[in-house]
Design a protein around this ligand. Structure first.
Ligand code: AP5
Ligand code: MG
Length: 214
């Protein structure tokens, strides 16, 4: 099963992608997580990506396309994967499609998690992410057992630099300009499923399972 997650920043793509990956035993590939790991390790890619991410802008297509194409060609992706945060522009989607065509593969589902912009700023300012393992929490909805400490690995949980309200608004604008056209792109391919992302997390996941098992 080859799945793409679509939705505004903070819609719950990462939250749901992790559940899908665990249930269907396929890799979860998050370009945001890959960039954050590179930033943490001080790599050249990380340094370049950080310039854009901190401003709420997209990292240029040429820094992300090869990375993902290479990743989905690896052995553990043979039975499928869930792509979270990629593609984010029409050129990225076209590059992915042509790479998949070469491998005789195609995307089976584009899961679009719908949440109005007004809900997003509140969600993001409450999100905390683990610096070590990437687990995410929310100070009210899913708090850590000990404040500031990851339940999974004991690392520190922090507010992402790009989750400050002014940067979130910028990311929403960038989404509407550059990423939203992908909804039509995948609808035209007959693989789009719209899911109401304002429900609680378990109900959102149940709706996704329903779609995938139809
Ligand atoms: P990325 O990390 O992908 O960020 P994003 O798309 O902005 O999405 P988020 O991770 O912020 O949100 P999410 O939808 O995963 O929500 P989550 O599940 O955490 O990208 C970061 C940056 O990297 C980009 O801005 C860009 O610069 C760069 N980048 C990455 N990929 C790129 C690409 N392909 N091309 C170019 N640049 C790229 O949930 C959010 C919060 O809400 C959490 O606290 C969660 O607990 C809570 N929550 C989730 N679901 C619910 C619910 N149903 N009810 C209540 N709360 C909920
Ligand atoms: Mg995410």
């Amino acid at each position: 099963m080859k799945i793409i997650m679509l939705g505004v920043p903070g819609a719950g793509k990462g939250t749901q992608a992790k559940k899908i990956a665990a249930k269907y035993e396929i890799p979860h590939i998050s370009t945001g997580d890959i960039f954050r790991a590179n930033i943490k390790n001080g790599t050249e890619l990380g340094n370049k990506a950080k310039e854009y991410m901190d401003q709420g802008l997209l990292v240029p297509d040429e820094l992300v396309v090869d990375l993902v194409v290479d990743r989905v060609g690896q052995e553990d992706c043979k039975n499928g994967y869930v792509l979270d945060g990629f593609p984010r522009t029409i050129p990225q989607a076209e590059a992915l499609d042509s790479a998949l065509l070469n491998m005789n593969q195609k995307i089976d589902y584009a899961i679009n998690i719908e949440v109005p912009d007004q809900n997003i700023v509140d969600r993001m300012s409450g999100r905390r992410a683990c610096l070590s393992c990437g687990a995410t929490y929310h100070i009210i909805n899913i708090p850590t057992k000990v404040e500031g400490i990851c339940d999974v690995c004991g690392g520190s949980t922090v507010l992402r630099d790009d989750d400050k309200p002014e940067t979130v608004l910028k990311r929403l604008n960038v989404y509407h300009d550059q990423t939203q056209p992908l909804i039509e792109y995948y609808a035209n391919k007959g693989v789009l499923a719209n899911i109401d992302g304002t429900m609680d997390m378990a109900d959102v996941f149940a709706a996704i399972e329903n779609t995938l098992e139809k």
